[in-house]
Write a protein that binds this ligand. Structure first.
Ligand SMILES: Nc1ncnc2c1ncn2[C@@H]1O[C@H](COP(=O)(O)OP(=O)(O)OP(=O)(O)O)[C@@H](O)[C@H]1O
Ligand SMILES: [Mg+2]
Length: 451
């Protein structure tokens, strides 16, 4: 029997059965009150008036689910999704149904899709259950792991992807790759070994260095290397898009990463967290940072299977609390690409363009010391421009020549110089605990052995 407060609304609905908003409202109240059979009846009647209304359909499906009529709920939700693929709540309900019917992989995809459409739909309880049903550990296998979920690309949530690039596609940078293997990949594969030596397997890796040198690219390749999903988040986005709600959003993001484990959770431009602190009211910024640290520490939930990485151009702006053990205690300098990396970047950039036989990326690489990946893109763009102009003049398409590339290198100045000038100062005058020794070594101020 509906309770007294609902009766007037039910009466009103009898007088105007066509009143859709009222019906949806009352349906929601009935479900909240646990009166699912009445809710079912109410939605079904509504659908006689508005047979294709997705709100009524979803309400009905929710009622079905609550009444354990799972197949009926599936039928309704799938119909909603067929017509409204952009409806977050429909994907969320779909996730619940898939979860209820032991289809964890599909449930995680559906949940991710729901959050991509509306991050406010996050359901920590569901996320936790989905996580519990996820494979616990990253498989220690090569790139052709047959267990890899095939349909993962659908979950292109908030930059959630399954990267296809791995370390093989990162030119050069062997030292950085080794650091990543040692500091985060091996601990993930062999947690027991690390524990035996008293090393925690948790904690994040902070990549820092000049712009355009492959930090973001490397983070993505790391996910590909360990067959994990990759969830990339701009901190500025979190802060700006949902100002005031940032803590909640941060929590939801970590929950999502946990649900997708194994997952690389990547915070790009993490220094924004520090920079924005001054814009926000001090206390508000502090709460966000505290929330972030709490999530890093895994206070509310385990971060097992979640590799946390971050990138910044300005590590010196980061709150030192971030660098405590178990947080971003591993910090790695990503320098401008070496010659091998430049050659491979150039090859990637030139792929698919009409090239004359004279083109030799290795020779261009040898003459572009100090250029970043982004600078090399400018070189290739410059060469393309020259050739386009020539082609216009000739009235037919002409392939890019080696001379175009070499000519373009003259026009592009290394964009990383300025960064190193700043970095050098921090490394010389604010180098607590040798934090920035790598910068000094790279600049030749300090020998690699620390002298
Ligand atoms: N070692 C590399 N191998 C292959 N490609 C690379 C490499 N380094 C950089 N690149 C290329 O350079 C581009 C720019 O790199 P990326 O965006 O990762 O730089 P970043 O360090 O994240 O810069 P920012 O600090 O501006 O965010 C990449 O998209 C990639 O194509
Ligand atoms: Mg980047």
């Amino acid at each position: 029997m509906p309770d007294a407060t609902l009766q007037p609304l039910l009466d009103a609905l009898k007088f105007s059965p066509d009143n859709l908003p009222l019906r949806l409202h009352v349906g929601g109240l009935l479900r909240q009150a646990g009166q699912h059979p009445q809710a079912e009846e109410l939605y079904r009647e509504g659908l006689r008036h508005h047979p294709t209304d997705p709100g009524l359909q979803l309400g009905l499906a929710e009622a079905y689910l609550a009444l354990s009529k799972v197949s009926a709920a599936f039928v309704v939700v799938e119909e909603v999704l067929a017509n409204h693929d952009d409806l977050g709540p429909a994907h969320l309900l779909h996730a619940r149904l898939l979860h209820a019917t032991q289809q964890p992989e599909a449930a995680r995809d559906a949940y991710a899709q729901a959050l991509r459409l509306d991050v406010g739909l996050a359901d920590p309880t569901l996320a936790q259950e989905l996580q519990a049903s996820a494979p616990r550990r990253v498989p220690a296998s090569g790139p052709n792991n047959p267990n890899e979920p095939k349909n993962f690309d659908q979950a292109s949530i908030l930059g959630l992807e399954k990267p296809r690039i791995n370390f093989a596609e990162v030119g050069g940078m062997e030292a950085v790759k080794d650091e990543i293997r040692l500091k985060i990949i091996h601990p993930l594969h062999f947690p027991d070994l690390y524990k035996a030596y008293g090393k925690a397997s948790g904690g994040g890796l902070l990549l820092y260095g000049p712009p355009g040198c492959g930090k973001t690219y490397l983070a993505r390749a790391t996910a590909g290397e360990v067959q994990a999903s990759f969830l990339s988040v701009g901190i500025a986005e979190i802060l700006d898009m949902w100002l005031g709600n940032s803590e909640k959003n941060l929590h939801q993001l970590f929950e999502l990463a946990r649900a997708q484990a194994p997952c690389v959770l990547f915070f790009d431009e993490v220094d924004a967290l520090a920079a924005n602190r001054h814009d926000l009211r001090q206390s508000a910024g502090r709460t966000v940072i505290n929330q972030f640290l709490e999530e890093l520490d895994g206070v509310s939930a385990s971060n097992e299977g979640v590799l946390i990485m971050a990138a910044t151009n300005a590590p010196w702006h980061l709150d030192p609390a971030f660098r405590r053990p178990g947080r971003f205690d591993k910090i790695v300098l990503v320098t401008p690409p070496d010659e091998a990396a430049r050659a491979s970047i150039l090859e990637i950039l030139l792929k698919g363009k009409p090239l004359a036989p004279s083109v030799n990326p290795a020779a261009v690489a040898a003459r572009t010391a100090g250029l970043s990946g982004a600078d090399l893109k400018a070189v290739v763009d410059g060469a393309v421009d020259t050739r386009l102009r020539e082609s216009m003049r000739a009235g037919r398409p002409l392939p890019i020549e080696q001379s175009d590339l070499l000519g373009a290198t003259q026009q592009v100045k290394p964009s990383t110089k300025e960064w190193f000038a700043t970095a050098r100062n921090y490394a010389l005058y604010s180098n607590e605990g040798g934090l920035y020794d790598d910068i000094l070594t790279y600049l030749g101020v300090k020998k690699p052995d620390g002298k």
